[in-house]
Design a protein around this ligand. Structure first.
Ligand code: THU
Length: 140
């Protein structure tokens, strides 16, 4: 059983480290591995805007660079810096981050939790968020 509330709390913890001087939109992610490890990620912006890294990809790249590639779920939170916790919207992963998820995660089983608070979240599978995605199978 996934402890969704604890995972969302870790996403909120990660959000505190965001570096967002340009958008002031702060995203936190918590990526859960099959063996119960959690990798936190935040968005890290850059004056050259395309060099920005999203929270989800920060978490994925941390994990993969540490040797973890077996993932079961990710929790996401995101809001402008002047928004109170629980008052924002559900934060959806961008297309590039969905594509990175598709590289490593099982489409039917990997869960994405978009949260406003630890008690208020929506659950999706990767398949729901990236139907008909392009993957390594297409290159065989
Ligand atoms: N952002 C994320 O971190 N994850 C997403 O999936 C959507 C967008 C960040 C990137 C940028 O720092 C800010 O949100 C506004 O686009």
């Amino acid at each position: 059983m996934i402890d969704v509330k604890a995972l969302i709390q870790q996403a909120f913890d990660a959000q505190k480290n965001c570096y967002t001087p340009y958008s002031n939109f702060n995203v936190g992610a918590a990526l859960l591995t099959a063996d119960g490890k959690v990798y936190q990620g935040c968005n890290i912006e850059n004056a050259a805007y395309p060099a920005t890294n999203c929270a989800e990809r920060t978490a994925f790249f941390k994990a993969v660079s540490e040797g973890d590639k077996d993932f079961v779920a990710i929790a996401l939170v995101g809001n402008k810096s002047d928004v109170e916790q629980g008052q924002g919207e559900y934060c959806a992963p961008c297309g590039v981050c969905r594509q990175v998820m598709a590289e490593f995660c099982d489409h039917k089983n990997f869960k994405i939790y978009m949260a406003k608070s630890v008690d208020d979240y929506k659950e999706f599978t990767l398949e729901e968020l990236l139907p008909l995605g392009f993957t390594g199978k297409d290159l065989v």
